[in-house]
Design a protein around this ligand. Structure first.
Ligand SMILES: Nc1nc2c(ncn2[C@@H]2O[C@H](COP(=O)(O)OP(=O)(O)OP(=O)(O)O)[C@@H](O)[C@H]2O)c(=O)[nH]1
Ligand SMILES: [Mg+2]
Length: 213
């Protein structure tokens, strides 16, 4: 944990801003599972990452864990097809959930994915925060809205991660965040603007994690 000191007017006003950082001593893949029988039998608090295919879930997880290839990322959407659990510092667990909205999936597969996610949300008491990732460049999709409403029905906290902020101009960011808040029906303080390329927003995610550890 560190503190940022900002001085104004010859020290007459100064602002303390607590900067949270998590030192990553250990970041390990635990297991992949499709149903509760396969979940790890640990009592670590969990933080799960939801969102459509290709939105950047695995990339954000790698940025949080400060590892290049902990979660597998890909140019090809639909790569993550199981729920993947990671152990960070033996203190908390990060959960990579398969993405929705990938066109090349059969109806049966879509149904199986839905059931896989539903079982996880219904049975996992140690899940503290559901992070829903949406692409900041575009208006949230219908599926994003459905997912946000669905996640709101569970007792865990919901935070929205707006991804790929490096891909749009700074002036557009505020406008798109506003649109995202309106479309998903969330509060500004529940939205974290991120980029896995520049690491923008990763400290804010650490803050959320710290609050639940
Ligand atoms: N420029 C930029 N590219 C990103 C960012 N995050 C992810 N990407 C790219 O977007 C693509 C998809 O990223 P992934 O992290 O694999 O996405 P995912 O949500 O895990 O995808 P699935 O596992 O298919 O559900 C990759 O080519 C990433 O390099 C970002 O913040 N900025
Ligand atoms: Mg992935």
């Amino acid at each position: 944990m560190a503190y940022k000191y900002i001085y104004y007017n010859f020290n007459t006003i100064f602002i303390f801003e607590r900067v949270i950082t998590i030192i990553i001593r250990k970041a390990e893949y635990i297991i992949s599972a499709v149903d509760p029988k396969g979940y790890p039998n640990h009592d670590l608090v969990e933080f799960a990452f939801f969102g459509r295919s290709n939105v950047g879930k695995s990339s954000v997880i790698n940025a949080i864990a400060k590892r290049k290839n902990l979660a597998r990322t890909s140019q090809t959407p639909g790569k993550t097809i199981t729920i993947n659990f990671f152990n960070i510092n033996d203190e908390f667990s990060i959960v990579d959930v398969p993405g929705y909205g990938y066109a090349k999936r059969s109806d049966t597969q879509i149904q199986q994915f839905g059931e896989m996610i539903e079982k996880y949300l219904n049975s996992r008491e140690n899940l503290k925060v559901a992070f829903l990732l949406v692409d900041l460049r575009h208006k949230p999709t219908e599926n994003d809205v459905l997912m946000a409403n669905y996640l709101k029905s569970f007792p865990c906290e919901l935070k929205v991660i707006a991804t790929k902020a490096d891909k749009i101009g700074k002036t557009l960011i505020a406008r798109h965040v506003k649109q995202l808040i309106m479309t998903l029906g969330v509060r500004r303080e529940d939205v974290i603007v991120t980029s896995s390329v520049t690491n923008l927003g990763i400290e804010e995610i650490y803050k959320v994690i710290e609050n639940h550890k």
